[in-house]
Design a protein around this ligand. Structure first.
Ligand code: ATP
Length: 250
């Protein structure tokens, strides 16, 4: 298998909720070490696609290939066990728990012989990870509710990166953040490329999409309108593709 083989291939994905067609005939390849932005207006089908890739929704038809092999995710945990992690807008962090417990939420390290939590090791490994990714927090023992929005987002992304072996999906990772925190989180997302993961990011900010992505995939009313190399397009073209109307970007 060559490095050019896609980590994930979506082929002719179709998803209907009763009579509502959310995704129609959608195909896309994601490669290791690249960031692809998924853009589209409200209701275009972005979240539905993320849920299909992460095993939350089953496609009505179509194929998902992981490293070239057909994959069928029965639920989110089966997608996770195959190396796919998602960071949702609500972050899914346990507010009352320290950072290191969140890092290992549902995958806690234990020690023999009684299977007690190995807090020391979790704390140490968590500290190494946040240091490596330059997520600045007081310590791995800090409680989540005491951290800023940007720090929390940093933890959620660090956790996803730690457990993902193939793909990280980011659903509006900076929607709730201020300017400085957004910049820090963008730096973190950009650094994930070096980990040779494939990254799919949903963002409503075209500035962010142009800062971060290698390719941009446009979705309109469930259909893939096109994929562009970021270096070969501009905001005007992407806005036209999103809206279906040619004109100037705001
Ligand atoms: N569980 C569901 N049941 C029925 N219809 C759904 C369901 N989830 C999504 N849809 C419909 O599918 C379409 C795509 O929705 P989706 O949430 O994927 O869009 P989106 O691009 O993520 O929008 P936004 O940017 O507003 O979050 C919409 O028409 C939505 O109403």
């Amino acid at each position: 298998m060559t490095a050019d083989n896609p980590v994930l291939s979506l082929k002719n994905i179709h998803k209907a909720f009763g009579g509502v067609v959310a995704i129609e005939n959608f195909s896309l390849d994601l490669h290791a070490g690249e960031i692809v932005a998924l853009v589209g207006d409200n209701g275009a089908g972005k979240s539905t696609l993320v849920k299909i890739i992460s095993g939350v929704h089953k496609p009505t038809s179509g194929d998902i290939l992981l490293d070239g092999t057909p994959a069928s995710f029965s639920d989110a945990s089966s997608a996770r066990s195959l190396g796919i992690e998602v960071v949702y807008q609500d972050l899914a962090l346990a507010d009352q728990q320290p950072v290191y417990m969140n890092m290992f939420l549902g995958r806690e390290l234990t020690k023999p012989p009684f299977g007690l939590l190995d807090k020391k090791r979790m704390r140490r490994e968590c500290q190494e990870l946040v240091d490596e990714l330059d997520v600045r927090i007081p310590s791995a023992g800090s409680v989540i509710r005491d951290l800023s929005g940007g720090q929390r987002q940093g933890i959620a992304i660090a956790r996803a990166t730690h457990w993902a072996s193939k793909l990280v999906l980011l659903d509006e990772p900076t929607a709730a953040l201020g300017v400085a925190e957004t910049a820090k989180v963008e730096q973190l997302v950009a650094s994930l490329k070096e980990k040779n993961l494939a990254i799919l990011i949903i963002s409503h900010s075209l500035d962010q999409v142009f800062r971060l992505s290698d390719r941009i995939c446009v979705l309109r009313r469930g259909q893939q309108i096109g994929v562009r190399k970021t270096s070969e397009t501009d905001k005007n073209e992407i806005v036209s593709m999103i809206t279906g109307v040619s004109g100037q970007a705001a």
